[in-house]
Design a protein around this ligand. Structure first.
Ligand SMILES: CC(C)(COP(=O)(O)OP(=O)(O)OC[C@H]1O[C@@H](n2cnc3c(N)ncnc32)[C@H](O)[C@@H]1OP(=O)(O)O)[C@@H](O)C(=O)NCCC(=O)NCCS
Length: 162
């Protein structure tokens, strides 16, 4: 599966599929899904923008199975942030997330990026997401206790790319 998955730009007709993927992962709140869709709409409506870089990942049959969104952190020295990554639940654990992360890192190295950060949650329910980032070579660099809610930390992973 991993070798056959293909990265491609997002298209306007992907929006409904992306919304379903975001909802079905059960990883995101309603407010987070709204913000994710706002960013998708912004990018689709403004093709020349460079604030947010998107890529979708296709199954071998050409259908969309996930996407990611990343961007350079304003006022930083070549630091980037992976804002969103999501893989359709039935397609998880087949290497698609890893393929997206590798593709993003290749793109960022070409762009001269120095560091990549990823913010996620510290709750038990995010354990598999944190395991995925660790397996991808990211390490926990900071933890903000009770950031999202009491008992719900913000965890910041990072990796040097330069
Ligand atoms: C996190 C996510 C993007 C990972 O994508 P994926 O396609 O399922 O991950 P991969 O199959 O590429 O996994 C790569 C490696 O990560 C690790 N990993 C992935 N899922 C894991 C899990 N549930 N438990 C432990 N390790 C896991 C493994 O080491 C795996 O390599 P292996 O299969 O060779 O052992 C995906 O599961 C997802 O969309 N989750 C819900 C949304 C989400 O949490 N997004 C991030 C919000 S901050």
């Amino acid at each position: 599966m991993q070798a056959e998955a293909t990265l491609r730009p997002l298209r306007a007709e992907d929006r409904g599929t992306l919304r379903r993927i975001l909802e079905q992962t059960l990883a995101f709140s309603t407010a987070e899904i709204r913000v994710a869709l706002e960013l998708i709409d912004y990018a689709l409506g403004k093709p020349g923008q460079t604030d947010y870089r998107f890529a979708g990942i296709e199954r071998p049959d050409g259908s969309l199975a996930g996407y990611m969104c990343y961007g350079e952190i304003p006022l930083s020295d070549r630091c980037w942030d992976l804002y969103w990554i999501a893989v359709n639940p039935a397609d998880q654990g087949k290497g698609l997330g890893r393929t997206m992360i590798r593709s993003m890192e290749e793109d960022l190295r070409r762009r001269g990026a120095r560091k990549l950060f990823i913010e996620t949650g510290g709750k038990t329910s995010y354990g598999s997401t944190r395991a995925f980032y660790e397996a991808s070579g990211y390490r926990e660099m900071a933890r903000l206790p009770d950031f999202f809610a009491p008992g719900d930390d913000k965890v910041i992973f990072g990796k040097d790319l330069a």
